[in-house]
Design a protein around this ligand. Structure first.
Ligand code: ZN
Length: 108
């Protein structure tokens, strides 16, 4: 697989990530054990424990549950949403504008 195709697969994956997070059953996810290495070794929860569940809950507009999973979601959620928006602007809309300009004969 060449670099160009790998980059496109990555773009599609990241573009669809919020949709995939929206489709994860939150009740099922809440019952799963954490994958945290710190928790596996010490039995204690680290500051990041539950942040994945909290982000999924936030994407599904379950803000109270998101807060209960990990309170850092109020910082991490907006930062990731901002990064995703920048990514979408650069990679998705940028590619679309390039494509439409090329199809009309404008290359630059
Ligand atoms: Zn942890």
């Amino acid at each position: 697989m060449n670099t160009f195709i790998r980059k496109d697969v990555g773009t599609v994956f990241v573009a669809l990530l919020p949709l995939m997070m929206y489709l994860v059953p939150l009740d099922w996810l809440a019952r799963q054990e954490t994958l945290c290495l710190y928790h596996a070794i010490t039995g204690e929860f680290c500051v990041g424990c539950g942040i994945s569940k909290a982000l999924v809950a936030m994407v599904q507009f379950e803000f109270q549950r998101a807060w209960s999973f990990n309170r850092l979601v109020v910082l991490v959620g907006p930062l990731l949403a901002w990064q995703w928006a920048l990514f979408a602007q650069r990679r998705i809309l940028g590619c679309w504008f390039q494509y439409t300009r090329k199809s009309r004969g404008h290359y630059f």
